[in-house]
Design a protein around this ligand. Sequence first.
Ligand code: FEO
Length: 403
Amino acid sequence: MVRVVTGDVGPFKLLRLDDDEIRYFESLWLIPEGITYNAYLLPTREGWALFDAWKVGYGKEFIEALSSVVEPSKIRYLVIHHMEPDHSGTVKALLEENPGIEVLGHPMTKSMLESFYGLTPKFRVVRDGEELRVGEYTLKFIYAPWLHWPETIFTYVKEARALLTCDAFGAYSIPSKVFDDELGEEELERYRFWTRKYMATVIGHYLPFVGKAIKKVKDLGLDIGMILPSHGLVWRRPSEIIKYYERWSAGESVSGVKKVVVVYGSMYGFVEAAVKEAIKSLQGEGVLHVTYRFVDDHRDEMSDLMGDLINASGIILGTATYEAGIHPLMKFVVDLMIEKIPKNKSVLIITNYGWGGVAGKLLKKTLEGAGYRVHSVIEFRAGHLEKNKEAIREAVKSFIKSL
Ligand code: FEO
């Protein structure tokens, strides 16, 4: 059952919907950990400003939660940072309550409001870098294109030292608290994984824009005391989440520990036996390794795999040749890697075939074409593991050195 969390976030009032009913974010990514949609209210001497809303389908809950804090008629401005319906989906319900609200946003937001929801509210386009005085506060709008859509903007509220970023600096999961510094290390460590999973799956295609936005914000010299995203925790240690986003979006590890992700699909155990030989060789080599497997009685989650791939140093891919190509599940993995994962990784490929090897060559060509470094390909006929064990061990050793 969804749950509403309200509370003070500096001068803002948080309206957070904890959604544990969702199963697949964007109807694609399995998230048993759930997600939150955070909206923020700012009371000012000139009325209230609202920043973003909730997911489509929760209009009634949104109006109830909002009304428990302030009469909707007292809202003067609605700032829309991003039009994806997990944030804009309850704007219609809000405007039905108070049609006089002035909506502020990127020029594209106006037409999206009309096309998505048939809404034509009083709308003010904000320009990149523009400042607007609202009562005792100065709102500075910063364009942050492709985080996660082209119309995305951030707002910096100067007097509150607060940066509102919508998707950016967000994460999956339903944190037990509102602020990052209220979480114990164990929960925070889990949250870091859900942050990586969220980054890779939701904004993975646009990762270079994370670095660009961070540079833009740093160049503006803003004094940031707090980051208020629209998913997950509010950060009172903004440099922490900025560091995670900066490093992971570049495909790097934050801890400095080298990680190898082993991912394989095995239909009848031949590939699995070969990959297990590689895993044995990884042990005791000072690298962390995580394994994801697609076999006939078990299937790990693609969405979790993405969270592990993003900051990996190396990837070991195992697959069989399948219908003169790559096993379809492993092909999906490779497609996702190409679409969403930084290419600064070394890849070791292990493949088997029944009567003719295709997958190895195809994977090498595809991955190199996309910008990955393919360390080596070990491809052999199913059943011939014994005579290839030494080659696997040697390849893994040299692969680790290459990381
Ligand atoms: Fe959370 Fe791109 O929406």
